[in-house]
Design a binder for this molecule. Sequence first.
Ligand code: NAP
Length: 315
Amino acid sequence: MSGADPHFGRVALIGLGLIGSSLGHAMKRGGLAGHVAGYARSEATRKRALEIGFVDSVHGSAAEAVKDADLVILCTPVGSLGAITAEIEPHLKKGAILTDVGSVKLAVIRDMGPHVPEGVHFIPGHPIAGTEESGPDSGFPELFDGRWCILTPVPGTDEAAIERLSAFWTACGSKVDVMEPKHHDLVLAIVSHLPHIIAYNIVGTASDLETVTQSEVIKYSASGFRDFTRLAASDPTMWRDVCLNNKEPILEMLARFSEDLTALQRAIRWGDGDKLFDLFTRTRAIRRSIVDAGQDIAAPNFGRTPKKPGGEQGQ
Ligand code: NAP
């Protein structure tokens, strides 16, 4: 995107789970930080992060971790970002870039914005890359390779700071897009939030069935059910926070989804084979476009291995 320097002297990672640890690994791989300081809520996570080595130091509080940092990246659930920003506010260095990786953006700007001190560049972000795994052991350096990262700067943000953060994400392996936060939330409601909600719902329905036993659901899962269970295994805290913080776009997409489902129901009831065939042909083409765009591969099981089960998809 530019010739801006992707390297930062000191980076603070707040939250050391899937995204925080993957960022730590990507920074190590690219030599993007002089020092990576980390903070997570639990002592166990902090200790594990240091053992794995994707951070250089861990700290007892977020306030301590951000001291002297040139880049601060909040990698905790969306619902926690406001309180964390309020806590670190007095400790942020003038001229630092403050960003996040939260899966919704308007609510994050609402919650973090009021706590951003003068002279700190606040640039919300969202890497469209993830898996259903969580915690400090789940990260890997290639998570962001070839995936999009969306930045949603608010009006008046320093252009040089945006370019610097874009250069950083590019060096982590991402392709970068800049978007209005409201548009981001609408797009993500359909490409990410709705599929997860549908997966949670269908897996819940199957587990409530009385005429089909649990063991049958598991035994015959390769017929389709299994692909929903991957999404439905995603972190409950993260997805609770996404649903609570992107209400309107999600409800809008759910309403459209329900209408289309009713139409599909009618086609099945009335034996309208042409309608079913047309829809299934259209949707198959979308799958092909995703593979052509390099956002997945056509290998069996989408090329996922048991070790890194979902590196091919974003959330
Ligand atoms: P994760 O693996 O569950 O890790 C969350 C981390 O945040 C953990 O280190 C946890 O600490 C820490 N944490 C949680 N609440 C905290 C609090 N109140 N104060 C301080 N630390 C706290 O989650 P993740 O998948 O990396 O997701 C992190 C963020 O990335 C979320 O905002 C999510 O929306 C976004 N995101 C996720 C994905 C994805 O696919 N997972 C993709 C793109 C963006 P402990 O370990 O000590 O509990």
